[in-house]
Design a binder for this molecule. Structure first.
Ligand code: FPP
Length: 211
């Protein structure tokens, strides 16, 4: 069986819009609540044994959303980076942003540069935020990440939506109907707990049958 010292979890954070609509709130409120859920997940990830966390924040296909929603998201990403950088650095988190940069607004690019520089020395958790990301495009360019061990998707859908297609070749998949803003420490811990109960065979035989 393959042994690995790192534990790479990737999350498709789906359901912000429905979370807000169900409460009679604008979708932007769902995205703001989603940012809080990001904060919580990052905070508890190291305690769950996670050494790398990759979050799908904005896919290259999300540009088809109304301009107003795109703009809310871009400002929210920039605000998150500006607000969190100091604390992330203090906690040993190394943050990088993956995906295309040439279509991002200047203010977000500046926030990304500052956050990446400010957290460059982190060794406890590698946090990657995927913005304007397409796995197919990344594969074509040849920029690949380490294998994903556990892929979580909230919001009830059960698909990859062009996220880490190559890296998820042997990922364990974990889906929940819970909307992303309602995803908390207990849910991440439950997903990790179930992951550890799975028999990962990588094409081989179950551990107990190996000779
Ligand atoms: C999918 O839910 C979510 C997104 C497209 C945006 C993800 C953004 C966040 C979680 C906000 C903050 C992120 C960071 C990194 C600070 P949806 O809008 O498609 O929801 P729906 O399927 O219910 O409409």
């Amino acid at each position: 069986m393959r042994q690995s010292t790192s534990f790479h979890v990737a999350i498709v954070m789906d359901g912000n819009g429905r979370w807000a609509t169900r409460r009679g709130l604008p979708r932007a409120a769902g995205h703001r609540a989603g940012a809080e859920a990001v904060r919580r997940a990052v905070e508890i990830a190291p305690g769950c044994g996670i050494s790398a966390l990759t979050l799908y924040a904005f896919s290259s296909d999300n540009w088809t959303r109304p301009a107003a929603e795109v703009s809310v998201l871009m400002r929210l990403f920039a605000r998150y980076l500006r607000k969190e950088t100091a604390e992330l650095a203090e906690k040993g988190v190394k943050l990088t942003v993956i995906g295309r940069r040439d279509r991002l607004p200047r203010s977000l690019l500046d926030a990304i540069t500052a956050a990446e520089q400010g957290t460059a020395r982190g060794t406890k958790l590698e946090l990657r935020i995927a913005v304007d990301y397409s796995a197919r495009a990344a594969i074509q360019r040849g920029d690949l990440l380490p294998d994903v061990d556990l892929l979580i998707r909230t919001g009830g859908e059960q698909r990859l939506s062009d996220f880490l297609l190559w890296e998820c070749a042997y990922a364990e998949l974990w889906f929940t109907d819970r909307m992303w803003p309602d995803f908390g420490a207990a849910h991440l811990a439950a997903a990790v707990h179930e992951f550890h109960s799975r028999d990962r065979r990588f094409g081989g035989l179950p551990t107990r049958e190996a000779v």
